[in-house]
Write a protein of this length. Structure first.
Length: 449
C-alpha cells in the first residue's frame, strides 16, 4: 500500500498535466476545427505525454511523423487498392517500412500503422481529420512539455539516480541474505527480484540522454546558466578538444584543471607530467635498470602520454635507445587492469627489470600479480607508481611513486576562478600555472642492503 501511495505521489503532477492537456486538445478540435467527435486529438496528446518527462517533446514529434507517414501511405493504398483486405495489409506493411526508415521507434511505427488502417478503412476525409487531430494533439503536447512546463534537466537525473540507488540497495540486501543461507536454500532464492536493477540502470542511461536533450532543445533552458552557478572548474579528459570554448561563448568563467592551456585562452593549473616521467626514468636508470616497462593508456589521455614522454626523455639523456622502454597498454587505470598487465609483464621475454606505471592503482595490481608468481619486488622487479595515493606508503612493500600535487592544483584553481569572478579594476589577465611533481622513493625500487 505504501509503494502504491509513493507511485501516486511521484506521478500526480504528470497525470494532472496529461489530463489538462487532453481536455484542451478536445476543446480546440471541437470548437476551432469543428470536429464533431474529436477523438484523436486528445489521444495523440496522451500518447505523446505518456512517457518519462524528459522524452515528451521527442515523443510528440514521433507521434506526428508516424501519423503523417501512415496517412499518406494509407491514402495511396486506398486510391490504388480500395477498401479490401489486401489494401489494409499492403498499407500497414508499407507504413511500417516507412516508419523504420524514419527512426524505427515503436511509437512511430504504431502511429504509422494505425494511420494507414484508418485511411484505408474510413476513406480520404477520415485520413485528413486524423492528420489534423494528430498535429493538434502533438502540438498541445509540445506546448506543455517545451514551453509551459519544461522539466529541469538536473531534477530528471536526480530522480533516476535515486531510483537506481534504491534498487541497488535492495539487490545488495537480497545478495547478503542469500550468502548467509545454505547452498540448497540459496538455489531457491527468487533472484528475479534483483533483475529490476538492470532496468533501472538502463533507465538511468536513457534519462541522461533525455536531460541533455532538454538542456539543448527546450527554449526555457537552452543557453541558460544554472541558478547560482557563476563559474566552472573544468577537467577535460580528451587532450584534443577545447571544451572551455563552449563556456566562453556563454560568458561563463572557467579554469581548466590538470591541463596546461595558453594564457591567451583561459586560466589553467596543471602538473608537469613530463617532468614526473623524467624523474621516474632517471631513478630507475641510475639503479642500473636497462629494460623498463611502461604501463598506461589509452593514448588520448594527455597525462598518460606526457608521463611516457618523460620516461623516454630520461632514456635519451642516458644515451640509450627507445627500445629500452617496453609498452604494456591498458584501457583502465584500476587494480584489476594492473593485475592483467602484471600477467602480460611476467610473460615477456626478456622480462623487464623495472616497471613504471601511469598511476598507483596499476602499480598495486602489478605487485599483487608478481608476488603470487614468486617474483620479488624490488629484487627481481622494481616498481614505480604515480600520484602517491595513501595506499602507496601503507602497502606491504611501500611503493615508490611520483607525488602529484592534486591538493595544490585544486587550491590554485579555486583561487584563479575567484579572480575570474571578481576581476581587479585594471582587468583580469589569464594565468597558466604548472606545478612540479616530486619523486618519493620507497622500498619497491630500493633493495635492502
Amino acid at each position: 500500500m505504501y509503494e502504491a501511495w509513493l507511485r501516486v505521489r511521484d506521478n500526480l503532477w504528470a497525470v494532472l498535466q496529461q489530463s489538462v492537456a487532453a481536455a484542451l486538445s478536445w476543446w480546440i478540435a471541437g470548437n476551432v476545427f469543428d470536429h464533431h467527435v474529436p477523438l484523436f486529438a486528445p489521444i495523440a496528446t496522451l500518447v505523446a505525454l505518456n512517457t518519462p518527462v524528459g522524452g515528451r517533446g521527442t515523443n510528440a514529434v514521433r507521434v506526428m511523423s508516424g501519423v503523417l507517414a501512415g496517412v499518406i501511405v494509407g491514402q495511396l493504398a486506398f486510391h490504388f487498392l480500395g477498401h479490401g483486405d489486401a489494401a489494409v495489409g499492403a498499407a500497414v506493411l508499407c507504413a511500417l517500412l516507412v516508419a523504420l526508415l524514419l527512426d524505427g521507434q515503436r511509437i512511430t511505427m504504431a502511429q504509422a500503422a494505425v494511420g494507414a488502417v484508418i485511411s484505408v478503412a474510413a476513406g480520404a476525409q477520415a485520413g485528413i481529420d486524423r492528420v489534423q487531430d494528430a498535429l493538434l494533439g502533438a502540438g498541445v503536447a509540445l506546448v506543455f512539455s517545451q514551453l509551459l512546463l519544461p522539466p529541469h534537466p538536473l531534477s530528471l537525473l536526480r530522480r533516476a539516480e535515486t531510483a537506481t540507488l534504491k534498487g541497488l540497495g535492495r539487490a545488495l540486501e537480497l545478495t547478503a541474505r542469500a550468502l548467509e543461507e545454505s547452498a540448497e536454500e540459496r538455489e531457491a532464492q527468487p533472484w528475479e527480484k534483483s533483475r529490476p536493477v538492470y532496468t533501472l540502470l538502463n533507465d538511468l542511461g536513457g534519462t541522461r540522454s533525455d536531460a541533455i536533450a532538454v538542456a539543448r532543445r527546450t527554449p526555457h533552458w537552452r543557453g541558460r546558466q544554472e541558478p547560482g552557478m557563476r563559474g566552472v572548474l573544468l577537467a577535460p579528459v580528451d587532450s584534443h578538444g577545447a571544451p572551455w570554448h563552449v563556456l566562453s561563448r556563454q560568458n561563463i568563467p572557467c579554469v581548466v584543471v590538470d591541463r596546461a592551456v595558453g594564457e591567451d585562452e583561459v586560466c589553467s593549473v596543471a602538473a608537469d607530467d613530463v617532468l614526473g616521467g623524467l624523474l621516474a626514468g632517471r631513478h630507475l636508470l641510475k639503479a642500473g635498470h636497462r629494460r623498463i616497462a611502461y604501463v598506461g593508456g589509452p593514448e588520448q589521455l594527455r597525462q598518460v602520454r606526457d608521463r611516457r614522454d618523460g620516461l623516454l626523455r630520461a632514456v635519451h639523456e642516458a644515451g640509450m635507445s627507445a627500445d629500452t622502454v617496453v609498452d604494456v597498454p591498458v584501457h583502465r587505470h584500476d587494480v584489476r587492469s594492473g593485475r592483467d598487465a602484471g600477467q602480460r609483464l611476467i610473460g615477456l621475454s626478456p622480462r623487464p627489470s623495472a616497471v613504471f606505471c601511469a598511476n598507483d592503482l596499476l602499480a598495486l595490481g602489478i605487485m599483487q600479480t608478481v608476488f603470487d608468481a614468486g617474483v620479488r619486488v624490488p629484487d627481481d622487479l622494481a616498481v614505480i607508481g604515480y600520484d602517491d595515493i595513501e595506499f602507496a606508503e601503507a602497502c606491504l612493500i611501500p611503493l615508490t611513486s611520483v607525488r602529484h600535487p592534486a591538493g595544490e592544483i585544486g587550491r590554485l584553481a579555486a583561487e584563479l576562478l575567484l579572480k575570474e569572478l571578481d576581476p581587479a579594476p585594471e582587468g583580469h589577465r589569464h594565468e597558466s600555472i604548472v606545478l612540479k611533481p616530486e619523486l618519493v622513493v620507497r622500498r619497491s625500487t630500493v633493495p635492502r642492503a
